[in-house]
Design a protein around this ligand. Structure first.
Ligand code: ATP
Ligand code: LTN
Length: 343
C-alpha cells in the first residue's frame, strides 16, 4: 500500500491527524531534500493538521556564519512557500522563535541515555567530518529533534530515510516518559516515501546527496539553473557496463539515476528500466537531467519572487510563531506539571 493511501485510511479512521517536519537552514536545499522531504509536504496540507519548522537551532551544531544563517532562514521559508505550502493551511515557523523547544529539549535530555545517542550514525558521520568541533549539541541533536516533534503531539513525521534513527529515539523517549508519568506525548510514526527517500551523490553514489557537501558536482540544488542541472547530470558517475539496470550494490550510480527519474516521473524501478532498455548512458543521463530540470523550474521561479519579499516572509513567520506557541506551550506546561515543577 502506498504511504499516501496508508495515511488516508488512518485519517478516515481517527479524524484529523497532525503532521510535523522540519528542515535545517544549513545550506541551499538539494534535490535530495526535495524528493525525500519537501515535495511530500504540500500533498498533506488538505487532510492533515500540518506544522513545518525551520530548524535553525539544529544548524548551530555545525559552525555557521551569522549573516548567512539569517539569510538562509528566509531562503528556506521562501522555498517552503514556493513548493506550495499555504501559510493559511499550515503552521510555518522558526524553531528559535518558540522558546519551548529549548525548554523541552532540556527536560528530555534527562530521559535520554548516552548509549542511545552514541549509536546515531549521523553523529558518527558528522564527528568524523568536523573533527575539530565535536560539540555536545551534535551529540544531543536527536533530543532537540524529539522535543520538536513531541511538543506538537505529532502523529506522523515525513522524513528521508537518514532521519529514521532519530525518529526512533523520539518514539522511545515519548514512550519512556508516558510510562513514567502517564500519557503525555503522542508517539510519532515516520512517513518515508518509497521513492526518493535516499538520493545519493552524483559523483560518489555510495554516499547520500547532502547540502553541506563541499563538492558542488555531488548535488543538484532546487534553485539551480536548468543548464547547470543538465551539466551535472551529464557528468554523473555511472559504470563500465552499458545497461540501465537497478543494482544498488554493483551499479550505485545508475541505480541512483533510476531512483531519481522514478521519483520525479512517479514511475516504478521496473518502468524506468523498461523506458531505457537499450538506451546509451549518455541519453539516459540527459533524460534524467531534463526531467529534474522541468520539475524544479516552477519551484525556482516562485522562489525567486518570494525571496525578495522580506516583509511578507516576516509576516508569515510572526503568524507561525503565534500559532506554534499555542500548541507548544500547552504541552510544555503539562510536562512541567508532570515532572513536579511549579507552573
Ligand atoms: P546536512 O547535509 O546539512 O546535514 P541534509 O542535506 O542532510 O543536511 P537536512 O536538513 O538534514 O538535510 O534534511 C532535511 C530533510 O531532507 C530530512 O527529512 C532528510 O531526511 C531529507 N534528506 C536529506 N538528504 C536526503 C537525501 N539525500 N535523500 C532523501 N532525503 C534526504
Ligand atoms: N534532523 C532533521 C531536521 C529536523 C527534523 C525535526 C525533522 C529537526 N527537527 C523534527 C523532522 C522532525 C534533518 O533533517 N536533519
Amino acid at each position: 500500500m502506498s504511504d499516501d493511501r496508508k495515511i488516508n485510511e488512518l485519517t478516515e479512521a481517527a479524524g484529523r491527524k497532525r503532521i510535523y517536519s522540519a528542515i535545517q537552514p544549513s545550506g541551499q536545499l538539494t534535490l535530495g531534500n526535495y524528493l525525500g522531504a519537501l515535495r511530500n509536504f504540500p500533498k498533506l496540507q488538505d487532510e492533515y493538521d500540518c506544522v513545518y519548522c525551520i530548524a535553525n537551532m539544529h544548524s548551530l551544531t555545525v559552525r555557521q556564519d551569522p549573516e548567512l544563517l539569517r539569510e538562509r532562514i528566509y531562503n528556506l521559508l521562501a522555498l517552503y512557500l514556493a513548493c506550495g505550502l499555504d501559510p493559511e493551511k499550515n503552521v510555518l515557523y522558526l524553531q528559535s522563535q518558540v522558546h519551548e523547544h529549548a525548554e523541552l529539549s532540556w527536560i528530555l535530555n534527562c530521559y535520554t541515555y548516552i548509549g542511545e545517542l552514541s549509536r546515531m550514525t549521523q553523529f558518527k558521520d558528522k564527528s568524523a567530518k568536523h573533527a575539530d568541533n565535536i560539540n555536545a549539541g551534535l551529540f544531543t541533536y536527536p533530543v532537540l529533534m524529539a522535543a520538536d516533534i513531541l511538543l506538537y503531539q505529532s502523529d506522523f513525521v515525513p522524513i528521508g530515510r537518514d532521519q529514521k534513527q532519530h525518529l526512533e529515539i523520539a518514539r522511545d523517549v515519548a514512550d519512556r516518559f508516558n510510562k513514567l508519568y502517564g500519557k503525555t506525548f503522542v508517539v510519532p510514526e515516520p512517513l518515508i516515501s518509497k521513492q526518493g527517500a535516499r538520493i545519493m551523490s552524483l559523483q560518489e553514489p555510495d554516499k547520500k546527496m547532502s547540502k553541506s557537501d563541499t563538492n558542488a558536482g555531488n548535488f543538484i540544488l532546487i534553485t539551480e539553473a536548468p543548464e547547470t542541472i543538465l551539466k551535472k547530470f551529464k557528468k554523473a558517475v555511472t559504470d563500465s557496463e552499458a545497461e540501465v539496470r537497478y543494482d544498488e550494490e554493483n551499479k550505485p550510480g545508475v541505480s541512483n539515476l533510476i531512483n531519481i527519474y522514478g521519483a520525479v516521473k512517479e514511475l516504478t524501478t521496473e518502468q524506468v528500466e523498461e523506458t531505457f532498455r537499450g538506451a546509451r548512458y549518455g541519453e539516459f543521463k540527459m533524460a534524467v537531467g531534463q526531467a529534474v530540470a522541468e520539475t524544479l523550474a516552477p519551484v525556482r521561479e516562485k522562489y525567486e519572487a518570494l525571496v525578495q519579499d522580506r516583509a511578507y516572509l516576516d509576516k508569515v513567520l510572526a503568524e507561525g510563531r503565534e500559532k506554534a506557541t499555542v500548541i507548544a506551550a500547552a504541552t510544555l506546561r503539562d510536562v512541567y506539571e508532570k515532572v513536579g515543577f511549579v507552573v
